[in-house]
Design a protein around this ligand. Sequence first.
Ligand SMILES: O=C(O)CCC(=O)C(=O)O
Ligand SMILES: [Fe+2]
Length: 439
Amino acid sequence: MPKKRTCSENMQDGGTRKPRIEQNDTAGDEEARNQPPAWADSRHSLCSALPWFRSVQGGSYQSNKLCYGFLLDRDGGPRDYLDDEIVITRVGGDCKLDADGNLKQHRNQDENTRVVESLRESMQSGLAVGLIIGNKNTTIARKLPHRFNVMAWFRVVDVWFEKTSNNKTGARVRFQKLDLEQPSWPNGPNELFKRLQEVDLGLRRYPVRGQSADEMLTAHFAVNFGMPYKYVVSVDSKGFDEAPVEIMFALGRLDWATREAVGAGARKPNELLTVGYFQDMSMGFHDDGEDSLGPTIATLSLGSQATMRFRLKKKYYNGNAANAAVLPGCEFFEERKELKEQHENGELDDAEYVNKCMELTSDITRREAKDMIALELHHGDMVVMHGSLLQKYYEHSIASEGKLRYALTARHVLEEKVELKERAKGQLKFTADQIYDGE
Ligand SMILES: O=C(O)CCC(=O)C(=O)O
Ligand SMILES: [Fe+2]
Protein backbone atom coordinates (compact mmCIF):
# COMPACT_ATOMS: atom_id res chain seq x y z
CA MET A 1 0.00 0.00 0.00
CA PRO A 2 1.45 3.40 -0.78
CA LYS A 3 2.38 5.40 2.27
CA LYS A 4 -0.27 7.92 3.15
CA ARG A 5 0.99 11.41 2.57
CA THR A 6 1.24 13.45 5.72
CA CYS A 7 -0.31 16.85 5.78
CA SER A 8 3.15 18.39 6.13
CA GLU A 9 3.91 17.15 2.67
CA ASN A 10 0.58 18.30 1.37
CA MET A 11 0.67 21.74 2.87
CA GLN A 12 4.35 22.57 2.51
CA ASP A 13 6.21 22.75 5.74
CA GLY A 14 7.30 26.29 6.46
CA GLY A 15 9.03 25.59 9.77
CA THR A 16 11.64 23.35 11.28
CA ARG A 17 10.64 19.89 12.40
CA LYS A 18 10.69 18.64 15.97
CA PRO A 19 11.90 15.16 16.90
CA ARG A 20 9.17 12.61 16.37
CA ILE A 21 7.09 11.45 19.29
CA GLU A 22 5.28 8.28 18.53
CA GLN A 23 1.68 8.00 19.52
CA ASN A 24 1.13 4.56 18.06
CA ASP A 25 2.66 2.18 15.59
CA THR A 26 2.01 4.30 12.53
CA ALA A 27 4.82 6.55 13.59
CA GLY A 28 5.15 8.25 10.22
CA ASP A 29 1.91 10.15 10.73
CA GLU A 30 2.59 11.13 14.30
CA GLU A 31 4.63 14.21 13.75
CA ALA A 32 1.75 15.83 11.95
CA ARG A 33 -0.56 14.97 14.83
CA ASN A 34 1.52 16.58 17.54
CA GLN A 35 2.51 19.73 15.72
CA PRO A 36 0.71 21.84 13.18
CA PRO A 37 1.39 20.51 9.68
CA ALA A 38 3.20 23.76 8.89
CA TRP A 39 4.04 26.88 10.85
CA ALA A 40 6.00 30.09 10.75
CA ASP A 41 7.22 32.59 13.27
CA SER A 42 6.85 35.63 11.08
CA ARG A 43 4.28 36.81 8.61
CA HIS A 44 6.95 37.08 5.97
CA SER A 45 8.11 33.46 6.22
CA LEU A 46 4.50 32.32 6.38
CA CYS A 47 3.71 34.03 3.10
CA SER A 48 6.86 32.91 1.35
CA ALA A 49 6.36 29.29 2.41
CA LEU A 50 2.70 28.90 1.51
CA PRO A 51 1.67 29.39 -2.12
CA TRP A 52 -1.92 29.62 -0.92
CA PHE A 53 -1.28 32.50 1.47
CA ARG A 54 0.77 35.10 -0.36
CA SER A 55 -0.77 37.91 1.60
CA VAL A 56 1.49 39.96 3.83
CA GLN A 57 -1.46 41.94 5.17
CA GLY A 58 -5.07 41.20 5.92
CA GLY A 59 -6.79 38.04 7.00
CA SER A 60 -7.31 36.25 3.71
CA TYR A 61 -5.57 35.50 0.44
CA GLN A 62 -7.43 35.85 -2.84
CA SER A 63 -6.39 35.17 -6.37
CA ASN A 64 -8.54 34.96 -9.51
CA LYS A 65 -11.53 35.92 -7.36
CA LEU A 66 -11.10 32.82 -5.24
CA CYS A 67 -10.17 32.63 -1.57
CA TYR A 68 -7.30 30.16 -1.02
CA GLY A 69 -6.20 30.90 2.52
CA PHE A 70 -7.69 32.41 5.66
CA LEU A 71 -5.99 33.61 8.83
CA LEU A 72 -7.59 33.54 12.30
CA ASP A 73 -5.65 35.98 14.38
CA ARG A 74 -6.61 38.43 17.11
CA ASP A 75 -10.00 38.84 18.69
CA GLY A 76 -12.83 37.53 16.55
CA GLY A 77 -15.56 38.80 18.85
CA PRO A 78 -17.91 36.94 21.19
CA ARG A 79 -19.88 35.31 18.36
CA ASP A 80 -16.89 33.45 16.98
CA TYR A 81 -16.71 29.71 17.30
CA LEU A 82 -13.67 27.58 16.74
CA ASP A 83 -12.84 23.92 17.14
CA ASP A 84 -10.69 21.63 15.04
CA GLU A 85 -13.52 20.86 12.60
CA ILE A 86 -15.78 23.92 12.54
CA VAL A 87 -14.82 27.58 12.40
CA ILE A 88 -17.31 30.46 12.46
CA THR A 89 -15.91 33.97 12.29
CA ARG A 90 -16.31 37.34 10.66
CA VAL A 91 -14.76 37.56 7.23
CA GLY A 92 -12.63 40.49 8.33
CA GLY A 93 -11.65 43.60 6.48
CA ASP A 94 -13.39 46.96 6.88
CA CYS A 95 -12.61 46.87 10.59
CA LYS A 96 -10.83 49.32 12.88
CA LEU A 97 -9.66 49.20 16.48
CA ASP A 98 -11.91 51.20 18.80
CA ALA A 99 -10.76 53.18 21.85
CA ASP A 100 -10.78 50.00 23.99
CA GLY A 101 -8.63 48.12 21.51
CA ASN A 102 -11.53 45.99 20.18
CA LEU A 103 -11.77 45.37 16.47
CA LYS A 104 -15.01 46.94 15.23
CA GLN A 105 -16.70 46.94 11.83
CA HIS A 106 -16.19 50.36 10.41
CA ARG A 107 -17.73 50.07 6.93
CA ASN A 108 -20.74 48.03 5.83
CA GLN A 109 -20.04 44.89 3.87
CA ASP A 110 -22.18 43.42 1.11
CA GLU A 111 -22.09 40.91 -1.74
CA ASN A 112 -19.67 43.11 -3.66
CA THR A 113 -17.07 43.21 -0.91
CA ARG A 114 -14.03 41.52 -2.39
CA VAL A 115 -13.44 38.99 0.39
CA VAL A 116 -17.15 38.08 0.46
CA GLU A 117 -17.12 37.49 -3.29
CA SER A 118 -14.03 35.33 -3.11
CA LEU A 119 -15.38 33.23 -0.25
CA ARG A 120 -18.63 32.68 -2.17
CA GLU A 121 -16.65 31.64 -5.25
CA SER A 122 -14.57 29.20 -3.22
CA MET A 123 -17.74 27.81 -1.67
CA GLN A 124 -19.41 27.35 -5.05
CA SER A 125 -16.41 25.72 -6.65
CA GLY A 126 -15.75 23.53 -3.59
CA LEU A 127 -12.20 24.81 -3.30
CA ALA A 128 -10.10 23.71 -0.32
CA VAL A 129 -9.19 26.75 1.76
CA GLY A 130 -6.18 26.54 4.07
CA LEU A 131 -6.81 27.87 7.58
CA ILE A 132 -4.06 29.37 9.71
CA ILE A 133 -4.40 30.29 13.35
CA GLY A 134 -2.23 32.99 14.89
CA ASN A 135 -1.23 33.11 18.56
CA LYS A 136 -3.12 36.39 18.96
CA ASN A 137 -6.40 34.59 18.43
CA THR A 138 -8.39 34.73 21.66
CA THR A 139 -11.24 32.35 20.77
CA ILE A 140 -9.12 29.22 20.95
CA ALA A 141 -8.16 29.95 24.60
CA ARG A 142 -5.07 27.80 24.31
CA LYS A 143 -1.39 28.49 24.08
CA LEU A 144 -0.27 27.92 20.51
CA PRO A 145 3.24 26.68 19.74
CA HIS A 146 4.07 29.21 17.00
CA ARG A 147 3.17 32.67 15.84
CA PHE A 148 1.29 31.22 12.82
CA ASN A 149 0.02 27.64 12.79
CA VAL A 150 -1.62 25.92 9.84
CA MET A 151 -4.76 24.09 11.00
CA ALA A 152 -5.87 21.99 7.99
CA TRP A 153 -7.79 22.24 4.71
CA PHE A 154 -11.33 23.48 5.14
CA ARG A 155 -14.20 24.30 2.81
CA VAL A 156 -16.50 27.28 2.99
CA VAL A 157 -20.00 26.09 3.85
CA ASP A 158 -21.79 29.39 4.41
CA VAL A 159 -21.35 33.14 4.08
CA TRP A 160 -23.97 35.54 5.50
CA PHE A 161 -24.48 39.02 6.91
CA GLU A 162 -25.22 40.16 10.44
CA LYS A 163 -25.71 43.46 12.21
CA THR A 164 -22.65 44.18 14.30
CA SER A 165 -22.70 45.68 17.82
CA ASN A 166 -22.03 49.12 16.39
CA ASN A 167 -24.94 48.76 13.97
CA LYS A 168 -22.99 48.08 10.80
CA THR A 169 -23.45 45.14 8.45
CA GLY A 170 -20.65 42.64 8.62
CA ALA A 171 -20.17 39.36 6.74
CA ARG A 172 -19.58 36.10 8.53
CA VAL A 173 -18.29 32.78 7.29
CA ARG A 174 -18.49 29.18 8.35
CA PHE A 175 -15.73 26.70 7.48
CA GLN A 176 -15.80 22.97 7.87
CA LYS A 177 -12.77 20.72 7.89
CA LEU A 178 -12.44 18.91 4.58
CA ASP A 179 -11.14 15.53 5.67
CA LEU A 180 -12.75 14.54 8.93
CA GLU A 181 -10.76 11.30 8.95
CA GLN A 182 -7.48 13.13 9.14
CA PRO A 183 -6.34 13.50 12.77
CA SER A 184 -6.73 17.06 13.89
CA TRP A 185 -4.29 19.45 15.32
CA PRO A 186 -4.41 20.83 17.94
CA ASN A 187 -5.76 17.80 19.76
CA GLY A 188 -5.98 17.42 23.54
CA PRO A 189 -5.22 13.68 23.83
CA ASN A 190 -2.21 13.99 21.48
CA GLU A 191 -0.76 16.83 23.46
CA LEU A 192 -1.32 15.07 26.74
CA PHE A 193 0.20 11.83 25.47
CA LYS A 194 3.29 13.67 24.34
CA ARG A 195 3.65 15.61 27.56
CA LEU A 196 3.20 12.55 29.77
CA GLN A 197 6.31 11.15 28.13
CA GLU A 198 8.27 14.28 28.89
CA VAL A 199 7.56 14.59 32.62
CA ASP A 200 8.86 12.27 35.31
CA LEU A 201 5.64 10.91 36.72
CA GLY A 202 7.39 8.47 39.03
CA LEU A 203 6.01 5.38 37.30
CA ARG A 204 7.40 2.07 38.57
CA ARG A 205 6.63 -1.60 38.71
CA TYR A 206 5.50 -2.56 42.18
CA PRO A 207 5.77 -5.95 43.88
CA VAL A 208 2.52 -7.89 43.77
CA ARG A 209 1.10 -8.16 47.27
CA GLY A 210 1.40 -11.51 49.01
CA GLN A 211 4.24 -12.65 46.78
CA SER A 212 7.03 -11.71 49.13
CA ALA A 213 9.06 -14.96 49.03
CA ASP A 214 10.10 -14.57 45.45
CA GLU A 215 9.32 -10.98 44.63
CA MET A 216 7.12 -10.71 41.60
CA LEU A 217 6.57 -7.38 39.95
CA THR A 218 3.42 -6.23 38.14
CA ALA A 219 3.39 -6.40 34.33
CA HIS A 220 2.71 -2.67 34.17
CA PHE A 221 4.05 0.57 35.65
CA ALA A 222 1.99 2.61 38.09
CA VAL A 223 1.92 5.85 40.04
CA ASN A 224 -0.87 7.25 42.19
CA PHE A 225 -1.90 10.81 43.01
CA GLY A 226 -4.53 12.03 45.43
CA MET A 227 -6.09 9.77 48.05
CA PRO A 228 -4.06 6.63 48.72
CA TYR A 229 -5.38 3.63 46.80
CA LYS A 230 -4.39 0.03 47.38
CA TYR A 231 -5.27 -2.59 44.80
CA VAL A 232 -3.26 -5.74 44.09
CA VAL A 233 -0.30 -3.53 44.76
CA SER A 234 0.27 -0.87 47.38
CA VAL A 235 1.33 2.13 45.34
CA ASP A 236 2.66 5.18 47.09
CA SER A 237 0.49 8.23 46.72
CA LYS A 238 1.41 11.86 46.39
CA GLY A 239 -1.08 14.63 47.02
CA PHE A 240 -2.67 16.48 44.12
CA ASP A 241 -0.74 19.55 45.25
CA GLU A 242 2.41 17.72 44.11
CA ALA A 243 0.91 16.37 40.89
CA PRO A 244 2.29 17.48 37.52
CA VAL A 245 -0.16 19.63 35.57
CA GLU A 246 -0.56 16.78 33.06
CA ILE A 247 -2.19 14.70 35.80
CA MET A 248 -4.53 17.54 36.72
CA PHE A 249 -5.39 18.06 33.07
CA ALA A 250 -6.34 14.37 32.72
CA LEU A 251 -8.30 14.57 35.96
CA GLY A 252 -10.27 17.50 34.55
CA ARG A 253 -11.34 15.32 31.61
CA LEU A 254 -12.19 12.36 33.82
CA ASP A 255 -14.18 14.54 36.17
CA TRP A 256 -16.19 15.67 33.14
CA ALA A 257 -16.65 12.07 31.88
CA THR A 258 -17.84 10.98 35.33
CA ARG A 259 -20.49 13.70 35.39
CA GLU A 260 -21.52 13.01 31.78
CA ALA A 261 -22.03 9.29 32.46
CA VAL A 262 -23.52 9.41 35.93
CA GLY A 263 -24.99 12.90 36.27
CA ALA A 264 -24.29 15.86 38.46
CA GLY A 265 -24.76 13.74 41.60
CA ALA A 266 -21.66 11.66 40.83
CA ARG A 267 -19.05 11.53 43.55
CA LYS A 268 -16.12 13.66 42.53
CA PRO A 269 -12.92 11.75 41.79
CA ASN A 270 -10.28 12.33 44.45
CA GLU A 271 -7.68 9.83 43.28
CA LEU A 272 -5.95 9.19 39.97
CA LEU A 273 -3.94 6.09 39.20
CA THR A 274 -1.73 6.27 36.12
CA VAL A 275 -0.75 2.94 34.64
CA GLY A 276 1.90 2.67 31.92
CA TYR A 277 2.13 -0.29 29.58
CA PHE A 278 5.04 -1.06 27.27
CA GLN A 279 4.64 -3.55 24.45
CA ASP A 280 2.61 -6.64 25.40
CA MET A 281 2.18 -5.52 28.98
CA SER A 282 -1.14 -6.20 30.61
CA MET A 283 -3.29 -6.17 33.70
CA GLY A 284 -4.91 -9.50 34.53
CA PHE A 285 -8.54 -10.04 35.53
CA HIS A 286 -9.48 -8.12 38.65
CA ASP A 287 -12.27 -5.91 39.94
CA ASP A 288 -12.15 -2.38 41.27
CA GLY A 289 -14.58 -3.24 44.02
CA GLU A 290 -12.49 -2.41 47.09
CA ASP A 291 -14.80 -1.35 49.90
CA SER A 292 -12.91 1.92 50.12
CA LEU A 293 -14.19 3.00 46.70
CA GLY A 294 -17.24 4.81 45.39
CA PRO A 295 -19.18 3.17 42.54
CA THR A 296 -17.77 5.18 39.61
CA ILE A 297 -14.45 4.57 37.89
CA ALA A 298 -13.40 6.56 34.83
CA THR A 299 -10.40 5.78 32.62
CA LEU A 300 -8.74 7.78 29.86
CA SER A 301 -6.69 5.73 27.37
CA LEU A 302 -3.71 7.31 25.64
CA GLY A 303 -1.36 5.82 23.09
CA SER A 304 -1.50 2.26 21.85
CA GLN A 305 -4.70 0.40 21.35
CA ALA A 306 -5.76 -2.07 24.03
CA THR A 307 -8.51 -4.59 24.62
CA MET A 308 -10.51 -4.44 27.80
CA ARG A 309 -12.43 -7.63 28.56
CA PHE A 310 -15.27 -8.12 31.00
CA ARG A 311 -16.48 -11.48 32.26
CA LEU A 312 -18.52 -12.91 35.09
CA LYS A 313 -16.47 -13.95 38.09
CA LYS A 314 -16.00 -17.69 38.24
CA LYS A 315 -18.23 -18.27 41.24
CA TYR A 316 -21.16 -16.47 39.63
CA TYR A 317 -20.52 -18.06 36.27
CA ASN A 318 -20.69 -21.60 37.59
CA GLY A 319 -23.15 -20.63 40.25
CA ASN A 320 -24.60 -22.49 43.16
CA ALA A 321 -27.45 -21.96 45.51
CA ALA A 322 -25.35 -19.94 47.88
CA ASN A 323 -24.69 -17.43 45.18
CA ALA A 324 -28.28 -16.34 44.87
CA ALA A 325 -27.62 -14.12 41.89
CA VAL A 326 -28.52 -15.74 38.56
CA LEU A 327 -26.88 -13.52 36.03
CA PRO A 328 -27.21 -13.45 32.23
CA GLY A 329 -24.26 -15.26 30.70
CA CYS A 330 -23.80 -17.78 33.52
CA GLU A 331 -23.78 -21.54 32.88
CA PHE A 332 -27.32 -23.01 32.80
CA PHE A 333 -28.79 -19.54 32.98
CA GLU A 334 -32.30 -20.61 31.89
CA GLU A 335 -32.39 -23.64 34.18
CA ARG A 336 -31.07 -21.72 37.16
CA LYS A 337 -33.48 -18.90 36.58
CA GLU A 338 -36.38 -21.33 36.60
CA LEU A 339 -35.19 -23.05 39.79
CA LYS A 340 -34.81 -19.69 41.47
CA GLU A 341 -38.36 -18.72 40.49
CA GLN A 342 -39.70 -22.03 41.79
CA HIS A 343 -37.86 -21.46 45.05
CA GLU A 344 -39.18 -17.95 45.36
CA ASN A 345 -42.81 -18.88 44.72
CA GLY A 346 -42.64 -21.80 47.14
CA GLU A 347 -42.67 -24.72 44.69
CA LEU A 348 -39.24 -25.75 45.98
CA ASP A 349 -38.20 -25.59 49.63
CA ASP A 350 -34.68 -24.55 50.60
CA ALA A 351 -33.25 -28.06 50.64
CA GLU A 352 -34.81 -29.03 47.30
CA TYR A 353 -33.54 -25.83 45.71
CA VAL A 354 -29.99 -26.41 46.94
CA ASN A 355 -30.08 -30.01 45.75
CA LYS A 356 -31.34 -29.15 42.31
CA CYS A 357 -28.71 -26.43 41.94
CA MET A 358 -26.02 -28.91 42.98
CA GLU A 359 -27.28 -31.45 40.46
CA LEU A 360 -27.06 -28.89 37.71
CA THR A 361 -23.47 -27.96 38.34
CA SER A 362 -22.05 -31.22 39.66
CA ASP A 363 -20.99 -32.80 36.41
CA ILE A 364 -19.56 -29.81 34.64
CA THR A 365 -15.94 -28.95 35.11
CA ARG A 366 -15.83 -25.59 36.78
CA ARG A 367 -14.18 -23.18 34.46
CA GLU A 368 -13.69 -19.48 33.88
CA ALA A 369 -16.47 -17.56 32.20
CA LYS A 370 -16.24 -16.58 28.59
CA ASP A 371 -15.78 -12.89 27.89
CA MET A 372 -19.05 -10.99 27.90
CA ILE A 373 -17.68 -7.81 26.40
CA ALA A 374 -14.41 -7.04 24.67
CA LEU A 375 -13.93 -3.30 24.30
CA GLU A 376 -11.35 -1.98 21.88
CA LEU A 377 -9.82 1.07 23.48
CA HIS A 378 -8.26 3.66 21.23
CA HIS A 379 -6.14 6.70 21.87
CA GLY A 380 -8.31 9.35 23.53
CA ASP A 381 -11.16 6.99 24.50
CA MET A 382 -12.71 7.20 27.92
CA VAL A 383 -14.51 4.39 29.72
CA VAL A 384 -16.72 4.94 32.73
CA MET A 385 -17.67 1.95 34.88
CA HIS A 386 -20.57 2.66 37.20
CA GLY A 387 -22.26 0.62 39.89
CA SER A 388 -20.89 -1.49 42.72
CA LEU A 389 -22.61 -4.64 41.34
CA LEU A 390 -20.50 -4.41 38.21
CA GLN A 391 -17.45 -4.84 40.42
CA LYS A 392 -19.13 -7.46 42.59
CA TYR A 393 -20.19 -9.84 39.80
CA TYR A 394 -17.81 -9.04 36.96
CA GLU A 395 -14.09 -8.70 36.51
CA HIS A 396 -12.06 -6.96 33.83
CA SER A 397 -8.61 -7.24 32.29
CA ILE A 398 -6.48 -5.17 29.93
CA ALA A 399 -4.09 -6.25 27.22
CA SER A 400 -2.12 -3.47 25.59
CA GLU A 401 -1.11 -4.08 22.00
CA GLY A 402 1.33 -1.41 20.90
CA LYS A 403 4.56 0.10 22.15
CA LEU A 404 3.30 2.51 24.76
CA ARG A 405 0.00 3.13 26.45
CA TYR A 406 -1.14 5.11 29.47
CA ALA A 407 -4.37 4.50 31.33
CA LEU A 408 -5.35 7.27 33.71
CA THR A 409 -8.08 6.10 36.05
CA ALA A 410 -9.96 8.39 38.42
CA ARG A 411 -11.92 7.03 41.37
CA HIS A 412 -13.61 8.34 44.46
CA VAL A 413 -11.95 6.96 47.59
CA LEU A 414 -14.22 7.16 50.65
CA GLU A 415 -12.74 9.62 53.06
CA GLU A 416 -13.62 7.56 56.13
CA LYS A 417 -11.45 4.73 54.79
CA VAL A 418 -8.40 6.96 54.61
CA GLU A 419 -6.17 7.81 57.56
CA LEU A 420 -6.77 11.30 58.83
CA LYS A 421 -3.29 12.54 58.04
CA GLU A 422 -3.53 11.33 54.43
CA ARG A 423 -6.86 12.93 53.57
CA ALA A 424 -5.46 16.25 52.42
CA LYS A 425 -3.82 14.43 49.50
CA GLY A 426 -7.18 14.07 47.78
CA GLN A 427 -8.09 17.71 47.98
CA LEU A 428 -8.10 19.22 44.55
CA LYS A 429 -8.41 22.62 43.05
CA PHE A 430 -8.50 22.95 39.29
CA THR A 431 -7.09 25.95 37.53
CA ALA A 432 -9.32 27.33 34.76
CA ASP A 433 -7.46 25.53 31.97
CA GLN A 434 -7.75 22.16 33.73
CA ILE A 435 -11.54 22.23 33.76
CA TYR A 436 -12.87 20.35 30.76
CA ASP A 437 -16.32 20.84 29.27
CA GLY A 438 -16.25 18.33 26.44
CA GLU A 439 -15.10 20.70 23.73
O1 LIG B 1 -5.61 -0.01 31.60
C1 LIG B 1 -6.81 0.30 31.72
O2 LIG B 1 -7.46 0.78 30.80
C2 LIG B 1 -7.57 0.10 33.02
C3 LIG B 1 -6.73 -0.32 34.13
C4 LIG B 1 -7.54 -0.84 35.27
O3 LIG B 1 -8.42 -1.63 35.11
C5 LIG B 1 -7.25 -0.37 36.63
O4 LIG B 1 -6.38 0.49 36.81
O5 LIG B 1 -7.90 -0.85 37.56
FE1 LIG C 1 -9.48 -2.06 36.96
